[in-house]
Ligand binder design. Sequence first.
Ligand code: ADP
Length: 594
Amino acid sequence: MRILVFNAGSSSLKFGLFDTGNGAERHLLKAGYDRFRDGGCDLRWSTDDGRGGQGRVPLADLGAAIAAVPGFLAEQGFDWIDAVGHRIAHGGAGFAAPAPLDDTTLPEIEALTPLAPLHNPANLAAVALARATWPEVPQYGVFDTSFHLTNPAFATTYAVPEVWRQAGLRRFGFHGTSHKYVALRAAEVIGQPLDRLQVISCHLGNGASVCAINRGRSMDSSMGLTPLEGLVMGTRSGDVDPGAFGYLSRELGLSIPQIEAALYNDSGLKALTGSPDMRDAEDRAAAGDAAAQLAIEIYAYRARKYIGAYAAAMGGVDAIVFTGGIGENSASMRRRICDGLEFMGVTLDHDRNARVDLADRAAPELQAWGARVRVIVTETAEQLQIAREVAQAMAQPVRVALTVPVAVSARHVHLSQAHVEALFGPGATLTAEFPLRQPGNFGAHQKVTVEGPKGRFENVRVLGPTRGRTQIEVSRTDTFVLGIDAPVRLSGDLDGTPRVRLVGPAGQVETDGLIIAARHIHMHPDDAARWGLTDGQEVEVEVAGTGRGITFAHTVVRIQKDAFTEMHIDTDEANAGGIVAGADGALVGPGLCR
Ligand code: ADP
């Protein structure tokens, strides 16, 4: 499969052509346009059969460059492609995997622009032009944020007012494609599956971030809501006390946009040394420039702090991986970062560190003999990783995520009118204490005791309105307390169910109707029609955003007039997945439509 990958920045367009399939991966073409000025730009390219070139070409801007790509590919003998993969910086909380770029997903991605105002518009401009250029070719977005959506809530939540959090303020993390690629490459070098390793990946380029990859899953990363948090970067500040906004506004009269622009564009190495380039900083430091020397110390210290923090966060570390222009090329920066980490088993072999050669995808190990933690350097290959992910996405049946809220049902009872009167007295009726989300349903004031041969539950809530038959819904764990085996059944399917005693203030009854409710989704007919679902159909639901992450198979769709679309699980199921109130589930499965 031949996949064209675009990585469009605000001032450059990198692209690559990959041949993936049958276990082989060929990087057929590597190319990039940058330095747009005076009606032209630089083009640099090379192919895997040894051709290449560089020079000025008359393309005035990014749009012109993208439009020129098909002609350029044809000139080099590449006259067909199967798919286009686009790097997209911010996918928010909704894009956990590569997504087809179409009229449904693109507005969702556009809506995320305020979260990445410098990055997403450039990515989307490339998407628009590529869609116009190759209307028949599938286009996929691969998001820098997706890899980090496995981060636990305690790593992603800022301690800020709830309305801010509801407005979307949370940590995301970026460079996910790079962190994932280099962690996989490190696992290859180590010879163990990534899900057995604790890896800290340091992507040190113009943008820079550190990521804790705990047994294959990103657990934390140094970038946050935006790509501004964390390490010192070329022109970005990284961590700064948010109190700076008030202080600068009062003392220097700066507006929020002015401060934000300076933190993005005029901070980092550029602010400390006058140049955003680490090579300049190192040259100046070597020539005795005190500001450059301090900048290098700040840079290394910040990175070292994050490495120590992430070793603590994961409770261990097997490997530290360096990548990005600085991570790959600056032996002295790698050394400065690692020096002082001997206490946690990190000791560099300085000769190996000084003689790194990354030709032919080499990923050398730099730790001293006997050191507990491996230190590995590798080139990052974000475009290759994007091509891999697009190829995987295309090989799968269509899997789309339709999100439904998940509600956790504690044990409860539905009563027939005859049983209401037997338990609460002749003429008694259920009275509503609180409404439930399914229209017309309510939690009643009334409660009963449910008794089995082994144990009992007091104060079990009765839900109204009354039904034709009494039904008692408990969890599997509850059945052990009661000492009765109960079947997993859909609500209302009560023939042959076990008997149990209900005790109320005015009497008691022995009744069948004890079930463990089969998990199900109440669904409004409009949602079902939109998503192409039929009543009784079983779907898989991933509840990944919270707790331990779990996928529920065999979840039955129940289409009901006026239903509030919502998934119901019991307390055992919620506990198994660490699911708390307010969780969302994503329906996945072949054949679902958006
Ligand atoms: P981007 O994030 O734009 O892809 P890169 O990964 O190419 O950036 O990294 C650019 C950074 O790498 C610059 O700060 C550059 O100075 C630094 N760099 C490249 N080569 C070296 C080197 N030999 N020594 C020190 N720094 C280097």
